[in-house]
Design a protein around this ligand. Structure first.
Ligand SMILES: [Zn+2]
Length: 265
């Protein structure tokens, strides 16, 4: 017997389950995965056998920086942590906060988040917690995986990108707070100019960046009071790599575990 309780939203299309306690912030990795340049994720079948039993295996090939992924500090800081060196306490069940600028981006698709925006958020929600990851939602993820729309291009052969970003002074403010392990966004990069100022200022302090997050399904998530489980492949020498990110809503988590017990019975 299977019952749906009001605190949980179940969208069952195949095996996809979206719940209010655990929300997947990851775009699926497939042939539509968006890369900064025109690159592709490839999954090549290497084994398909039916006799004497079923066996299947693939070979995968991907640039590090595509789809939902992490930029390790080493990406723009030669002395920074490589992917395999980022400490686990900075990735697993880390405190998250959410700054939502969807409405501003509707008015200005090249909106730039500033230090003032972060200070305004703190006025409303209290100071940033220590050891946190700051998520910035621009509402841009609805364009994913349409590469032209997502990068704000005129055509598929255009490289003049237009999308919302984060300013260098916001990077300074986050660094100076001493409270931030990482920043996550629902665009391809906090930087659009070649100076890569946000990347350089943050990676200098071993702060990581999560790019191309899927933040569509976080309606109703409070501005603070949730955790993130950020799970990268342990590419020892990586400058970054694909991640699976799950938001854990503190308020709902205990309750959902109780409900799971009921389902198991
Ligand atoms: Zn990257």
């Amino acid at each position: 017997m299977f019952h749906i309780v009001d605190t949980r939203v179940l969208l069952c299309w195949g095996l996809t389950v979206v719940s209010a306690a655990y929300i997947d912030l990851t775009h699926p990795v497939n042939e539509k995965t968006v890369y900064w340049l025109k690159e592709k994720f490839e999954l090549e079948p290497t084994v398909r056998r039916t006799d004497p039993y079923w066996a299947a295996s693939n070979k995968l090939s991907t640039p590090e920086h595509g789809g939902t992924h992490i930029d390790a500090p080493y990406h723009f800081n030669k002395d920074g942590w490589k992917l395999g060196q980022v400490p686990l306490n900075r990735l697993f069940m880390v405190e998250g906060v959410l700054i939502n600028k969807t409405e501003e981006v509707l008015k200005d698709p090249e909106y730039q988040l500033t230090a003032k925006d972060i200070k305004d958020w703190e006025e409303e929600n209290g100071a940033l917690p220590s050891n946190c990851v700051v998520l910035v939602k621009f509402g841009w993820g609805i364009r994913y995986p349409d590469r032209v729309k997502y990068f704000g291009l005129k055509s598929d052969d255009d490289f003049d990108r237009h999308f919302p970003t984060i300013s260098g002074d916001a990077a300074d403010y986050l660094v100076q707070s001493g409270k931030v392990f990482g920043i996550g966004i629902d665009t391809a990069s906090p930087d659009i100019k070649d100076d890569m100022i946000f990347h350089r200022k943050t990676s200098k302090h071993n702060i990581f960046i999560l790019e191309n997050l899927d933040l569509k399904n976080i309606e109703g998530i409070p501005s603070r009071g949730f955790k993130l489980a950020i799970q990268p492949m342990k590419i020892e020498e990586g400058t970054g790599g694909p991640i699976h990110v799950v938001l854990v809503n503190d308020e709902k988590e205990g309750k959902e575990k109780e409900e799971d017990k009921e389902v198991v019975k």
